[in-house]
Design a binder for this molecule. Structure first.
Ligand code: HEM
Length: 221
């Protein structure tokens, strides 16, 4: 292991290593079209449905990891999103929102990988946890603002509750503490490298979901 890995804080390492893929995810056709206000609310609904499958995997797996030496410190009740997603889906799809709800193939693959990590490799679960929750606390806030404006949801209300962390009053401070948790992660350099690799995989899994959503909602030229 070279000295960079040991001397660079892990939070910096994982952010830097995933930077390129972050740009790719952010600038995917579906994201750009959705955030550019060029897609209807059905596209946003379909996207929210995909999130529900992913967060179910993240959060169903969380309970058993609460006392795990590596993943345990990351499991924090104020981050949990499933209940908020269900309120948003009830608003978007109606009371029978669960009926006929199916993940896209890329979403099913993503959720399966998260569940597999939760079960078999808790350090890998940390990579998925970071990729989603730190993203939601960051760029997620931009997505919320755009969704409110584009489709007329009440500010921080039904439809965008997923992006509202009621129990986190100071997101900047929370993110700072989260980075401290990353820096203190109970893993050696080799395992840290594997976590970084899994983070890249997590970004790729997200991008694959965007690609499929983009196929379902192409812009009619
Ligand atoms: C259009 C969509 C997106 C926008 C506008 C966006 C924007 C941002 C911004 C501005 C930050 C920096 C915040 C800060 O430094 O505190 C950030 C961080 C982050 N984003 Fe995104 N993002 C988007 C999509 C995504 C996606 C799809 C993912 C992954 C699923 C993601 C994961 C992350 C993560 C993990 C961080 C934290 C980086 C770190 O500080 O370690 N973002 N995003």
């Amino acid at each position: 292991m070279d000295s960079t890995a040991t001397s660079t804080p892990f939070s910096t390492l994982i952010r830097t290593a995933s930077h390129e893929q972050h740009t790719e995810a952010e600038s995917s056709t579906f994201m750009s079209d959705m955030l550019g206000g060029r897609l209807g609310v059905e596209a946003y609904t379909r996207y929210t449905e995909q999130l529900w499958f992913v967060y179910r995997a993240l959060e169903d797996g969380a309970g058993a990891l609460r006392d795990h030496p590596v993943a345990g410190p990351f499991v924090q009740p104020e981050l949990m999103r499933t209940a908020e997603l269900e309120r948003d889906l009830a608003h978007l799809r109606g009371a029978g929102w669960r009926e006929g709800l199916e993940p896209l193939p890329a979403t099913a693959a993503y959720a399966a990988r998260v569940a597999e990590c939760a079960r078999e490799w808790p350090a890998g679960y940390v990579a998925h946890h970071y990729t989603r929750y730190l993203g939601d606390l960051s760029g997620g806030q931009i997505i919320r603002g755009t969704a409110e404006k584009t489709w007329g949801f009440e500010r921080k209300g039904d439809g965008v509750r997923f992006y509202v962390f009621e129990q986190i009053s100071n997101p900047a401070a929370f993110k700072r503490e989260y980075r401290e948790l990353l820096d203190a992660v109970n893993a050696d350099d080799l395992e840290k490298q594997r976590i970084v690799d899994e983070c890249k995989r997590a970004f790729a899994l997200n991008t694959a979901v965007f690609r499929e959503l983009g196929e379902v909602f192409p812009l009619s030229a």
